[in-house]
Design a binder for this molecule. Structure first.
Ligand code: MOS
Length: 759
């Protein structure tokens, strides 16, 4: 065992290497834009150079003169296709070629298709648009924004949670803070670029595109193209980084499909990194005002969280993280309000822990400020305010191991050695600071289907239309089948990432492991039941063991009494070559139409704060050491420890990897990431990996992930809480608290950069 493969503790699975690791590292895993396809034509996007107005004229002559040009898809060519819809399957309602209105900078105005990639690029660049230009509104504080309450305006945000009388409690509080925080625009930059490859065989359309939601896209693309969803297949076996960016389908997909139809040839369009900033989704900038009131004993009596988020003009995208921040501690009274600020921007979208990352950043900063105001240790402050029930609906937590996480992380980090005095810890020219923060992520689960086949030769094939976005879902699904069927993992093949497979929900919201494993569990148990019925039938090898508990181990059915039979022999006696089961899992509380919605690509999510019996969250605690050079103010993070409890851990290797990645991203959010916007043109400026900063190896030193054992049977049959998004929640606040501890400067606006520490 090494750090990458932590020894499993209670309720944790073995750190099996990923079943697809070899394919990935040897280049045999075909990412959608890599797949060799005969007779392919290449598409390149032409995009707008203004953010608001109308395209009055499009000059195509120069583009058409490029040798090898085959076609240009532009205004008028999408008239027979329905406009995209904004929602979980669609990134935006903007149909860029449906009318000539420009809603944001970098909006698609045409797709040039040519024999070669180079010719397509050249042609796209030669397309000249003329505009009737209006002055755009870029972001917060720009003239022309419209601010509206989020509640009721967006299907994504139900209500502003509240409890008790905040105003009275705050007025009476002995110690209080009232502070404002902000997080910047952040753009997805997965190493695998965004792409669409489409081809038609008669009336059957196949699209190869990196996707976190093949079923949702199949249905949404069919709707736009006005064809039967059965005629559309989305294929996405490997995805090179997603984190929400490949969750909803963008308008490009239908445009490329139309181009392929017109040409009668496969068309592939790979979006340039620069174009992705305007044609894909991103994390919008947010602002927060937090007020906390407490007694001198440190007990919080009043908590108010107001949030503001930028969105596009047409689409009310909202994250609204107050649902989680309002339930985090035992506040006494809670007041929240979320507002949307509409600007001339492309529609934002999901980015890893969409609500929690910015909102918990604000909350945990405020908690640290409050601890300072109370003269209290920040860990102790959280312990004092640990709730018995969540403050909004007064429901119990299905499980909550936050304090265990704090204890284990604090111990490993050496928190006891911290001198709480500001600026007191030094090492030569370096100011040392230590900070901590809470991580939280709602535990949700959705309906999911899976097909499992066990053959007489002892091989298993598992099929499920989920998505390998880097999480290792093939591996953990295979592990679940291995455990239930007593077949070793190398005899199990796992097929995913194809809409022709049994449908799975969107691989978002950290629901995949729980949802997929629950469906696999159900399919495997159906196989077990058949096997056992046959084995214990009259004249069967285990006829004497009927009604006993049993296990499947090493290709054998083993009854509790010790009697056993080979699975192979049972199948032979049954006169079958295989048992195959198709299982549909629906979570507790699912509506009667839940499975229908799964097939329609709009699965219901259950869990989080929605269930009647309890609220369901995963928790963690992160501790960070920063070092700041006393002369240059260079900021380093030499050490970070995170402890997380997330129910059953299927595989300690993949779990650690997810949490580690989250923490690294959190450091990036704290110190590196920000999309700069030119307010004059509402345009993103740093649209490449040279100027859009992310952490690299040299930025990450000692990083430790502690998996805290937790058993929770209430969340779902698999007992799994999601953890894909948990790790990066709270990290930035822990860094900000450590920076304060080192310097006495409270940086409330991310990212924290040298210049903020110089003044
Ligand atoms: Mo995640 S941002 O829900 O893919």
């Amino acid at each position: 065992m090494d750090a990458a493969a932590p020894r499993p503790k209670e309720n944790m699975g073995e750190p099996l290497p990923r079943v697809d690791a070899r394919l990935k590292v040897t280049g045999q895993a075909h990412y959608p834009a890599d797949l060799p396809i005969a007779n392919i034509a290449y598409g390149a996007l032409a995009t707008s150079s203004i953010a608001k107005g109308k395209v009055t004229k499009l000059r195509l002559d120069d583009a058409r003169a490029v040798p090898g040009l085959l076609d240009i898809v532009t205004y008028g060519d999408m008239d027979k296709v329905d406009k995209p819809k904004f929602g979980n399957s669609g990134a935006t309602s903007i149909g860029p070629l449906h009318d000539r209105t420009i809603f944001h900078d970098g909006q698609i105005v045409a797709l040039a298709v040519a024999e070669t990639f180079e010719a397509a690029e050249e042609a796209a660049r030669l397309i000249r648009a003329e505009y009737e230009e209006e002055k755009p509104t870029a972001t917060f504080d720009s003239p022309g924004t419209a601010t509206i309450p989020a509640a009721g305006k967006s299907p994504l945000f139900k209500e502003d949670v509240k409890a008790g009388d905040f105003d009275a409690a705050y007025a009476d509080a002995a110690v209080k803070i009232d502070q404002r925080y902000s997080t910047p625009t952040q753009h997805h930059n997965p190493i695998e670029l965004f792409s669409t490859t489409a081809f038609w065989e008669g009336d059957q359309l196949t699209v190869h595109e990196p996707s976190q939601n093949v079923t949702g896209w199949k249905v949404e693309l069919a709707r736009q193209l006005k064809i039967d969803p059965a005629k559309v297949r989305i294929v996405s076996p490997f995805i090179g980084g997603a984190f929400g960016s490949k969750g909803p389908m963008t308008p490009r997909t239908a445009i490329v499909a139309v181009a392929a139809k017109r040409l009668g040839r496969p068309v592939r369009c790979v979006t340039s990194r620069m174009q992705a900033f305007g044609t894909q989704t991103y994390r919008a900038e947010t602002r927060h005002r937090i007020r906390i009131g407490a007694g001198k004993d440190g007990r919080i009596t009043a908590f108010a969280h107001e949030g503001w988020e930028v969105t596009s003009r047409p689409d009310p995208y909202v994250v609204g993280g107050t649902s989680a921040t309002g339930r985090m501690y035992d506040y006494g009274s809670v007041l929240t309000h979320v507002s949307l600020v509409q600007a001339d921007r492309n529609t934002p979208g999901y980015m890893r822990s969409p609500p929690e990352t910015p909102y918990v950043y604000a909350l945990e900063n405020a908690m640290d400020e409050m601890a300072v105001a109370l003269g209290m240790d920040p860990v102790e402050f959280r312990r004092i305010n640990e709730p018995k029930t969540e403050p909004i609906g007064k429901k119990p937590f299905s499980s909550r191991s936050l304090i265990q996480c704090y204890e284990q992380a604090a111990e490993a980090f050496g928190w006891a050695k911290r001198d709480p005095k500001i600026g007191a810890m030094r090492d030569g020219d370096w100011l040392v600071g230590m900070g901590c923060a809470t991580a939280i992520y709602p535990t949700a689960v959705a309906p999911c289907a899976a097909r499992v086949r066990l053959t007489v030769d002892g091989d298993v094939r598992l099929q499920c239309g989920s998505h390998e976005i880097g999480t290792g879902v093939r591996t953990v699904a295979g592990q679940m089948a291995s455990e239930r069927l007593g077949v070793s993992i190398d005899r199990i093949s796992v097929e995913m990432g194809d809409s022709s497979l049994p449908p799975a929900p969107v691989s978002g919201g950290s629901i995949s492991t729980a949802s997929v494993c629950s469906a696999v569990l159900k399919a495997c148990d159906a196989i077990r039941t058949k096997l056992y019925a046959a084995a214990t039938a009259e004249g069967g090898p285990l006829a004497g063991s009927r009604n006993e508990e049993f296990e499947l181990v090493g290709g054998k059915i083993v009854a509790k009494s010790g009697a056993s039979a080979k699975v192979e022999d049972v199948l032979k006696a049954m006169q079958v070559g295989a048992i195959e089961e198709y299982a549909e899992f629906a979570p507790k509380g699912a509506t009667p139409g839940a499975l229908k919605k799964l097939y329609a690509g709009t699965p219901e999510f259950h869990g989080g704060e929605q269930d009647e019996d309890s609220v369901k969250y995963a928790f963690g605690a992160e501790f960070v050491e920063v070092r700041i050079n006393r002369y240059t103010r260079e900021i380093r993070v030499p050490r970070i420890v995170g402890a997380f409890a997330a129910g059953r851990i299927m595989n300690t290797r993949t779990a650690r990897s997810q949490l580690m990645g989250g923490m690294i991203w959190g450091i990036g959010q704290a110190l590196h990431e920000a999309t700069e916007i030119d307010r004059r043109y509402a345009r993103y400026v740093n649209r490449d990996l040279q100027d859009y900063l992310v952490p690299v190896n040299a930025d990450i030193k000692d990083l430790q992930v502690i998996l805290v054992p937790e058993v929770d049977h209430a969340v779902n049959p698999a007992g799994v809480k999601g953890l894909g998004e948990l790790g990066n929640v709270g990290t930035a606040a822990a860094v900000a608290s450590a920076v304060y501890h080192a310097t006495g400067k409270r940086i409330r606006d991310l990212p924290i950069r040298i210049e903020q520490l110089l003044v």
